[in-house]
Design a binder for this molecule. Structure first.
Ligand code: CAA
Length: 284
C-alpha cells in the first residue's frame, strides 16, 4: 500500500503527475532543484484546479483538499525519506537521471519502487545506478498527464513481478489505463506508432505535397485523431521529439532513425513549440 508519493521534477509532466497523486488521495511531494519551477508548478496546478471547479468536475473543498496534499521541496532527501513510491520526471538527460537514481537509492526506504517517466531511456539505464534494479521500471505518462489515460509500464530484464504489479496498481489508482510492455524497445509502443505518423507527415510537408495545417486537418477529420502530428509536436515540444529520436539513433546506429531534417532545423532554431511560443505554429 502506497501512501506517500514523491515526484522528482516539476515541469509539465512532473507537476501534473503530482496533481494526479494528490487527487487520488496520496500525500504527494514534488521535488525540483529550481525554486522558480516549483513556484510555477504550484501556480499552474492551482489554476487547473480552479478550472476543474468551474467545470463542476470537483467541488471547491475537494480541490483545496487535493492541493493541500501537495508538498513542494528542493530537497530530494527530504522528499524521499518517507516515500512509498517515486516517479522521476526530470530532464531527459541520462547523466542527470543516473545521479538522481543514485541519490534516491540512498535516501528512499529499501522497498520503495523507483520509477522513471522517461520516454527516451529504458529504465535499465538508470537501474544500474542503484542497488535495487528489481525495483526500477518505466512508468511513462502522456502529455497532458491530467487528461491522457495511457500509462506505459515498461519492465527491464531485472524488474520484479512485484514492482510491475505495484506500478500497474498505482497507475489504475491514478485513474489511468496502464499497458504493460515486456521488453525495452526505443520509443516503447505509443511513441513508435506516433513516430511513424510523424515521419510520414514530415515527408509530406517537406516534399511540398501539403501544408502542415492541411495535414493536421486530415489527421483529425479523416483519422479521428484529437490533434494533428504538427500540433502534437508543438504540444510535446520539438526539443523532446528531437532528443527522443537522437537517443533512438544512438541506440540503434541506423541512419533512418536520425531526426528528420525539418525537425532538426526547428530544434536548432529553438522553436520548441508551445513552450517557446513558436514551433510549427505561432502562439500568443
Ligand atoms: N493540461 C491539463 N489539461 C488540459 C491541457 C493541459 N495542458 N490541455 C487541455 N486540457 C484539458 C482541458 O482543460 C479540457 O478539460 P475539460 O473538459 O475539463 O475542460 C480537456 O483537456 C479538453 O481540452 P480542450 O477542450 O481545450 O481541447 P481538446 O478537446 O482539443 O483536448 C487535448 C486537448 C486533451 C490535449 C487533446 O487535443 C488531445 O488528446 N491531444 C492529443 C494529445 C496527445 O496525443 N498526447 C500524447 C503526446 S506524446 C507524449 O506525451 C509522450 C512522450 O513521450 C513525448
Amino acid at each position: 500500500m502506497q501512501n506517500n508519493i514523491l515526484i522528482v521534477g516539476s515541469g509539465a509532466m512532473g507537476s501534473q503527475i503530482g496533481m494526479l497523486g494528490a487527487l487520488a488521495g496520496y500525500r504527494t511531494t514534488i521535488q525540483d532543484i529550481s525554486e522558480p519551477s516549483l513556484a510555477a508548478a504550484r501556480d499552474q496546478l492551482a489554476t487547473r484546479m480552479d478550472h476543474f471547479v468551474a467545470k463542476g468536475r470537483l467541488d471547491r473543498a475537494e480541490a483545496d483538499t487535493a492541493l493541500a496534499r501537495l508538498n513542494f521541496t528542493t530537497s530530494l532527501e527530504e522528499g524521499a525519506a518517507d516515500a512509498d513510491f517515486v516517479i522521476e520526471a526530470a530532464t531527459e538527460k541520462l547523466d542527470v537521471k543516473r545521479a538522481i537514481f543514485t541519490a534516491l537509492d540512498k535516501a528512499a526506504p529499501a522497498n520503495t519502487v523507483l520509477a522513471t517517466n522517461s520516454s527516451t531511456y529504458g529504465s535499465s539505464k538508470v537501474a544500474s545506478a542503484t542497488g535495487r534494479p528489481d525495483k526500477v521500471c518505466n512508468m511513462h505518462f502522456f502529455n497532458p498527464a491530467l487528461v491522457m489515460k495511457c500509462v506505459e509500464v515498461v519492465r527491464h530484464d531485472q524488474t520484479s513481478q512485484e514492482t510491475v504489479d505495484s506500478t500497474m496498481e498505482l497507475a489504475r489508482a491514478l485513474g489511468k489505463s496502464p499497458v504493460l510492455i515486456n521488453h525495452e524497445i526505443p520509443g516503447f509502443v505509443a511513441n513508435r506508432l506516433m513516430g511513424a505518423i510523424r515521419d510520414e507527415a514530415l515527408h509530406l510537408v517537406t516534399a511540398g505535397i501539403a501544408s502542415h495545417e492541411d495535414i493536421d486537418t486530415a489527421a483529425k477529420t479523416a483519422l479521428g485523431h484529437p490533434m494533428g502530428p504538427f500540433e502534437l509536436m508543438d504540444l510535446v515540444g520539438l526539443d523532446v521529439s528531437y532528443l527522443i529520436r537522437m537517443a533512438t539513433y544512438e541506440e540503434t546506429g541506423r541512419p533512418e532513425d536520425l531526426p528528420h531534417p525539418a525537425l532538426k532545423a526547428l530544434y536548432e532554431q529553438g522553436r520548441y513549440g508551445k513552450k517557446t511560443g513558436h514551433g510549427w505554429y505561432e502562439y500568443d
